[in-house]
Ligand binder design. Structure first.
Ligand SMILES: [Zn+2]
Ligand SMILES: [Zn+2]
Length: 236
C-alpha cells in the first residue's frame, strides 16, 4: 500500500518554531492531511516527544520519535526512533553535549515544553540551536548503534546540509536522504530520497511529504521499504 509519510517537523520546543505549533496541533493537522507516519524532529532536544506520543495515539498516526541534530560541522541530521524511551535517552545525551549557552527568547524564540492541552510545562534554558560537539560521522554512527533511522536533512539546502557544509556525502550507512527539491542534483548513492515538511509553523505542516510503498504501517515495514523504487512524491 502507498503510505503518506512526513518525517521532518518541529514544535514550539525549537526556538525557531512557532509557539502555537504544539505536538498535539501538529498531529491533528497531519491527520487532516492524511499523513500516516509522522516524525517530530526538534533541534537537539526531545522534550516534547512524550506529548507527541500521546497526540499521535489519539490521531491514529504512527509516530517516529526524532530530533534534528546539529553536528559540529553545522550539518543537520534527522535521527528517528521507534521507541520513545530510546529516543529520550539519546536526546538527553545530545542535549547534554550542547554548549552551556543560554537561550535569549527575544533573539531566538521560546523553547516550550507543553502538554497535550498545549499548556507550558517548562521553558528550556539552554539554547537548543547551538551545534553539538558531535561530528557528522559520530552522529550517524551513534544513532545507528542505538537502532535509529539516520537521514541527513535537506541535503540540497545551501546551509546546514551535508553537501553544502562538507562538500560531499561521506560513505556511511544512512537509512535515507532528505531533500527539498526532487530530483536532487547530486549523487544520492542509490539511497531513497524523502521529502518532509520541516514545518516551523502550523501552516507549514504537510507542505512536503512523500509516499512509500510498504506492506503494513509499522516501523519495521518503513525501515525495509526505504528504497528509491518504493518512494513517490505525488498524491495517489
Ligand atoms: Zn534543518
Ligand atoms: Zn528542521
Amino acid at each position: 500500500m502507498q503510505v503518506k509519510i512526513d518525517l521532518h517537523n518541529h514544535s514550539c520546543l525549537s526556538p525557531c518554531g512557532s509557539d502555537d505549533l504544539t505536538p498535539a496541533l501538529l498531529a491533528v493537522e497531519a491527520m487532516e492531511q492524511g499523513i500516516q507516519i509522522l516524525a517530530l524532529t526538534d533541534h537537539n532536544c526531545g522534550r516534547n516527544l512524550p506529548t507527541f506520543a500521546q497526540a499521535c495515539e489519539l490521531c491514529s498516526i504512527l509516530p517516529l520519535f526524532g530530533m534534528e541534530i546539529t553536528t559540529v560541522e553545522e550539518v543537520h541530521v534527522l535521527t528517528l526512533f521507534k521507541d520513545l524511551e530510546n529516543a529520550m535517552e539519546f536526546a538527553a545525551f545530545v542535549e547534554f553535549l550542547l554548549p552551556k549557552r543560554k537561550n535569549n527568547p527575544k533573539l531566538f524564540g521560546n523553547q516550550l515544553v507543553v502538554n497535550l492541552e498545549g499548556e507550558v510545562i517548562e521553558q528550556v534554558d539552554k539554547l537548543l540551536i547551538s551545534s553539538s560537539n558531535l561530528s557528522f560521522s559520530d552522529v550517524v554512527e551513534e544513532a545507528l548503534s542505538r537502532d535509529a533511522l539516520v537521514i541527513p536533512a535537506h541535503i540540497d539546502r545551501f546551509a546546514n546540509s551535508v553537501l553544502a557544509n562538507l562538500g560531499f556525502l561521506p560513505d556511511l550507512p544512512y537509512s535515507a536522504l532528505e531533500a527539498i527539491h526532487i530530483p536532487v542534483d547530486a549523487d544520492t548513492k542509490g539511497l531513497a530520497v524523502l521529502t518532509g515538511s520541516d514545518a516551523h509553523s502550523l501552516d507549514q505542516v504537510g507542505r512536503r511529504s512523500c509516499y512509500l510503498e510498504m506492506p503494513t504501517i509499522t516501523y519495521e515495514s518503513l525501515k525495509t521499504s526505504l528504497k528509491p523504487e518504493f518512494v513517490s512524491y505525488r498524491h495517489v
